[in-house]
Design a binder for this molecule. Structure first.
Ligand SMILES: C[S@@+](CC[C@H](N)C(=O)[O-])C[C@H]1O[C@@H](n2cnc3c(N)ncnc32)[C@H](O)[C@@H]1O
Length: 291
């Protein structure tokens, strides 16, 4: 069976060529066809992901999103909540593979609307993207079979108190014995002291909507909110990171802030990574205890 990422690229290229010809004809005839213009507009936006090295890398991420979907044992008819769905790549990729399940993305930025546009390119009818706050979701209790957080946990919760609040809300909307799956670059996934340095940089640069959480912090919080941990796995990524000589430029760009030179003398790795481009990430699967 064709790999989902290759399938998406192939569908995009075919549609892009077709729609480009329609646009050329439209210009020649001097007409305006809004359906064609809308399709071209969403294809051009998606093209930015495919054409940029960094964009494509994040979009495909060595199949990390599909690995998480597989670990959740999604079956026909499952309702899967995608918490912090961003541009929608977890739900979109998983919805292509698991076409008999339904994916509900919850996202607190304008990216929720972009995700809906991308889903249209692939003709998906089993994804929904909603502008909701993950801490208070307007869903009935026990509605979802699975919940997924792909690289979103430390964007939503930066401390233990918030983690507890988030997991209590996810517990509420999950059915009894429902699964929560988290893929997240954690503090320990960065070698030597790099995780600690990077975490400190979030404070140095006053970035409030991202950090590096520790495995202990996440696991303890899941247990405290009545989840049983059933699987923890570390996945190494192959071609990530930059040479240490690029550290200053890379980190200053990532954190959007000027960094003091002493930070760079304390880094004792020969490569530099960031949370969105980590050397490794952790998958945690936990089951809701029925009360
Ligand atoms: C790194 S992105 C997620 C990537 C996405 N899951 C994927 O598959 O590509 C993390 C997202 O969490 C969202 N987020 C942060 N706080 C949130 C909240 N309270 N409720 C919902 N989404 C939130 C951010 O807006 C951001 O888009």
């Amino acid at each position: 069976m064709e790999d989902v990422i290759n399938y998406m690229v192939r569908i995009f290229r075919r549609k892009y060529e077709e729609v480009r010809h329609q646009i050329e004809r439209m210009i020649d005839y001097g007409t305006l066809d809004i359906a064609v213009l809308e399709e071209y507009s969403r294809l051009l936006k998606f093209k930015e992901w495919i054409d940029s090295d960094l964009g494509f890398r994040y979009f495909s991420l060595e199949n990390a999103r599909l690995i998480l979907a597989d670990k959740l044992n999604i079956v026909r008819g499952d309702l899967v909540l995608d918490v912090g769905s961003g541009d929608g790549w977890f739900s979109i990729q998983a919805a292509i593979k698991y076409s008999n399940a339904y994916f509900y993305g919850v996202e607190l930025s304008e990216e929720y609307a972009e995700a809906s546009e991308y889903a249209k390119i692939f003709g998906l009818r089993n994804t929904y993207f909603l502008y909701f706050n993950a801490y208070s979701m307007p869903f009935p209790s026990k509605k979802f079979d699975k919940a997924a957080l792909f690289f979103s946990l430390a964007n939503i919760s930066q401390n233990t108190e918030d983690l507890n609040k988030l997991f209590i809300e996810i517990y509420r909307v999950l059915r009894d014995d429902g699964l929560i799956g988290i893929s997240e670059p954690l503090l320990e996934d960065f070698p030597n002291n790099l995780g600690i340095i990077l975490r400190n940089l979030y404070e140095h640069c006053s970035i409030r909507n991202e950090t590096l959480l520790s495995l202990e912090q996440v696991v303890n919080s899941l247990k405290r909110t009545n989840f049983d941990i059933i699987h923890i796995e570390k996945i190494r990524l192959k071609s990530t990171g930059r040479d240490i000589s690029e550290a200053k430029e890379y980190l200053e760009q990532y954190y959007s802030c000027r960094l003091p030179t002493e930070i760079f003398t304390s880094i004792n790795t020969n490569k530099i990574w960031t949370r969105d481009d980590p050397p490794q990430y952790t998958i945690i699967i936990a089951k809701k205890k029925s009360m």
